[in-house]
Every structure is written in C-alpha cells, then in structure tokens.
Write a protein that binds this ligand. Structure first.
Ligand code: IPM
Ligand code: MG
Length: 361
C-alpha cells in the first residue's frame, strides 16, 4: 500500500488536487496499484485553523508518506504577514525539513499546443528541456536573513544571504549529470560567476563533478544570458542546472515556451518522500471558478507515479491521455486558441483525462 499525503492548500489548490486525485484513482484501479490518500492542511488555511502554515500534524503525515501531492499556497488575505509567518513558509519548511534539494521541472511542448505559446512555432517546436533547480539552499534559506535597523541609523535594512557549500553544489550537480545521461547528454550550468562568490564556487564544483560523468557534455552560462537564450533558441537546452532563485525565475520564463504555466509540473526529491506540485501558484483571482488548468497537477501526479512509486506505465498512461485530450482540441482558458478549440472547465478537463486513460488501456 503506497501512502500519499495530499495537501490541497489555498486558492485554486483544492480544485486542481481534486482533478489529480480523480486521475490517480483511475490509474490505481486500472493498474492494480494500492494507493491510500491522507489529506493534510498547509499554507493560509493552516494559519487560519492552527495559527501556523505547517502544523506539526501535517509534518508528521508527510514524513510518514511515500509521496506528497501538493496544490498551492498563498492569497491576499495573508499578504500583510511577515515573511516568516506567510503561507509560503509552509511549503518552504516542508522542502527544508524533508531535505527536498532537487527540484525537477520538465519543460516539454505538447505538440497540439505549438500555436498557444506567444513565441513563434519555428522557435519552440520540439522544445524538451528540464530545469533542475536546487531547492534547499541559496537566498531562500541563507542566514543571516531578516529586517533590522540600518547600520547608518536611517531606517531599516533587509538582508538575505546567498550561500552554497561544496556538498550542496556537488549533490545537486550529480543529480543533474545523472538525469542528463539519460536524456540528450547535455548539461548547462547557470550561474552569475562574473559577480557572485557563491557562483564562483558553484562553477568550480560543477566543473570538478563533471569528471565523474565523461559521457555528458557540460557548458556554463550566465543567468542573464540564459534568460535570453531560453527565448532565442530554447532547443539548445537539455538539462539546465541552477541555484534556487535563478531556477524559480527561469522556470516561470520557460513555462511560456510550452504555452502556459498551467502546464508545468514538478517533482522535488531528496532522501525521503518526494513532493509533487504544479509550478504555478494559488491564483486566488480565479479560485473557485472552475477555470484553472488542472493539467500541471495531473502531470505532477504522473511524476509521482514515475519517481516515487516507480510505475512508468501508469505515469506514461497519464501523459498520453493529456496529449490526446489536447489533440482533440479541449482547452482551459489559459491555453485557449480562439476559433480552433473547445473551451472547457477544470472538472471537465479532469474527466476527459480520466476518459482517455480508460480508452488508452
Ligand atoms: C515555486 C514557487 C515558490 C518558490 C513559492 C510559492 C514560495 O514560486 O515553487 O516556484 O518561490 O519556490
Ligand atoms: Mg516560482
């Protein structure tokens, strides 16, 4: 019996998780996979109920699980809280406490969406890259951190610290090389070596680690240049390895290559249970309207089956079904192409994926 902790969170979280669960239940039935789902609260809803974004009970639930399916956290009603008490802190604490240092964000264009992206077809056709984002270091967690009096006595000073140790860089680099070895054997390490000390160490350690993986071609790129090359020539990338903040920014940018951030799934892995979540946020402005695209979460569920439960056929069945539904012209608002497609809501998208999974088997 595989135990899945389910954390819907805030905003559109419950709606997208509902659809991913529909899909998981269907593949579980078809492939004879015994899955057990246990729900927990996290983020803003947890602040409202328990006064903290990651209640101890949710932490325990996650630690005891084989994998975690996560929706989204945050919303305007909690925006005025200090950063260390905001809903996002619940997600960050989970990443840190579970040691989820490797964040995989595949950016692969589904062929039917080639005209959905604002970029030209000839640039994005065939895009298939993976952003590997370091997830437990860098500016997100470095100390010192906080707001205090300014040293000159005038007003305040906000401080974040960008730090990486050799070990932290080495372990994420190894994952990057291993993933690249199973793909097109090309790893681009992204840094800001011309300015940042942490990047100088990053580049040195990645270069050193490359010696263990002679079959993978390594190149280095500055992050500002990378943000341009992603738009200019995205097909040149296979695996993009980068630190926490750069990865956060570059993955949102890369989402536009495949039409919408509503399509981008992710897996966060470390030594314990993996966490699977869409890369988009809680989108409070469209919550509860049955308009959000559930595919990023459904595709995250496929990654959960692949990486945590090691069930490739079930993962592939979901991905094929998504492709077929898009091929048939069904679209949520974010990936709509006027004139050519059928606009549907969140729940119907989930139903159609389920239907195509059944048909495909
Ligand atoms: C992401 C999100 C999170 C991050 C937020 C919600 C804290 O933007 O997963 O990309 O910054 O890591
Ligand atoms: Mg982000």
């Amino acid at each position: 019996m595989a135990r899945i902790a389910v954390l819907p969170g805030d905003g559109v979280g419950p709606e997208i998780i509902r659809e991913a669960l529909k899909v998981l239940r269907q593949v579980a039935a078809l492939f004879g996979l015994p899955l057990q789902f246990q729900e927990g609260i996290v983020g803003g809803i947890a602040i409202d109920h328990c006064g903290t974004p990651l209640p101890p009970e949710t932490g325990r639930l996650c630690r005891a699980a084989d994998a975690i399916l996560f929706g989204a956290v945050g919303g305007p009603q909690w925006d005025s809280l200090p950063v260390d008490r905001r809903p996002e802190r619940g997600l960050l604490a989970l990443r840190k406490e579970l040691g989820l240092y490797a964040n995989l964000r595949p950016v692969k264009l589904f062929a039917p969406l080639v005209d959905t992206s604002p970029l030209k077809r000839e640039i994005i056709e065939g895009v298939d890259l993976l952003v590997l984002r370091e997830l437990t270091g860098g500016l997100y967690f470095g100390e010192p951190k906080g707001i205090g009096p300014a040293p000159d006595g005038k007003g305040e000073r906000g401080v974040d610290t960008l730090s990486y140790t050799t070990d932290e860089i080495e372990r994420i680099a190894r994952i990057g090389f291993k993933i690249a070895a199973q793909r097109r054997k090309r790893l681009t390490s992204v840094d800001k070596v011309n300015v940042l000390a942490s990047s100088q160490l990053w580049r040195r350690v990645v270069t050193e680690t490359a010696k263990e993986f002679p079959g993978v071609e390594l190149d280095h790129m500055l992050v500002d240049n990378c943000s341009m090359q992603l738009i200019r020539d995205p097909r040149r990338f296979d695996v993009v390895l980068t630190e926490n903040t750069f990865g956060d920014i570059l993955s949102d940018e890369a989402a536009m290559l495949v039409g919408s951030i509503g399509m981008l799934a992710s897996a966060s892995m470390g030594d314990g249970p993996g966490l699977y979540e869409p890369i988009h946020g809680s989108a409070p402005d469209i919550a509860g309207q049955d308009t959000v695209n559930p595919l990023a979460t459904i595709l995250s569920a496929a990654m959960l089956l692949r990486y945590s439960l090691h069930h490739e056929p079930a993962a592939a069945a979901i991905e094929t079904a998504v492709d077929r539904v898009l091929e048939a012209g069904y679209r949520t608002l974010d990936i709509r192409q006027p004139g050519h497609t059928v606009l549907i809501g969140t729940a119907q998208m989930g139903d159609l994926v389920v239907e195509h999974i059944v048909r495909g088997c």
